[in-house]
Design a protein around this ligand. Structure first.
Ligand SMILES: O=C1O[C@H](COP(=O)(O)O)[C@@H](O)[C@H](O)[C@H]1O
Length: 239
């Protein structure tokens, strides 16, 4: 856990009409970030969210007009399951998107969670050693406020000296064993975009907006974070 930073990064909330509008808006932002990064630095480093929410966005990206050879893809978290398990975040992203576009396989940096949380966390820390700030980090929001595999009442790695990766052994959402980039490493990004859909996330959104110390709140990049969500989740109850 962490205490709220004294100069907490800005959170910009963007309400859209529905999940389809969210997919369109997310794709647009991702492709603009890619074009800018490739133009300015010759490559685009993106960190992917797992879970259900980003699947539609990933499917839509299959048809994108972009220079795939410039993309370097990383994962924000992974579940410790066999590499081909359908519950793996890397499997979902491959099936929805990555297997269908021309990103060289050597530029898709999966998190080797099949080796177990501790070994995978160590291996991925090595992978990230020479990677600077990410261009774009995509994140989701769980019903309990978790993001990546940073869960309430766990260590989120938000301190200045936190490691880049965390081995998680007792996640409340299965599977219990996972690997996550730390909040500090996820915050080393030029842009962070949260994708949040579904009524079940209403409570988590409300708590985050009220300043609750949930894991999502620990993501504090200098430029602040953008949250794309259905406008209905931003409605506050009255009466
Ligand atoms: O377990 C996970 O959950 C979060 C949220 O997933 P969603 O299905 O509610 O969108 C996800 O961001 C994370 O990558 C994943 O491992």
């Amino acid at each position: 856990m962490s205490s709220p930073a004294p100069n907490a990064a800005a959170v910009r909330w963007h309400g859209v009409a529905n999940a389809a509008a969210l997919r369109d808006a997310a794709c647009r932002r991702i492709l603009v970030a890619a074009a800018d990064a490739i133009q300015q630095r010759g490559r685009f480093t993106i960190v992917l969210a797992g879970g259900n929410t980003p699947q539609g966005v990933y499917r839509m990206l299959r048809g994108a007009d972009t220079d795939w050879s410039g993309w370097q893809v990383y994962f924000g978290d992974e579940r410790c399951l066999p590499a081909i398990d359908p519950e793996r975040n890397s499997r979902m992203a491959a099936e929805a998107w990555l297997d269908h576009v021309a990103i060289p396989k050597s530029q898709v940096h999966t998190l080797p969670a099949e080796r177990g949380a501790r070994a995978a966390a160590q291996a991925y820390a090595n992978t990230l050693r020479h990677v600077g700030d990410f261009d774009l980090v995509l994140l989701g929001l769980g019903e309990d406020g978790h993001t990546a595999s940073l869960f309430p009442d766990h260590d989120w790695g938000a301190d200045a000296d936190a490691a880049d990766t965390l081995a998680v052994f007792d996640a409340p959402k299965p599977p219990a064993q996972r690997v996550s980039l730390s909040a500090r490493r996820l915050s080393r990004a030029r842009a962070v975009l949260f994708l949040v859909t579904g009524e079940a996330k209403h409570d988590a959104v409300t708590r985050w907006r009220a300043g609750a110390d949930i894991p999502a709140h620990a993501i504090q990049p200098q430029a602040g974070v953008d949250v794309l969500t259905e406008a209905s989740l931003l409605a506050t109850e009255t009466g």
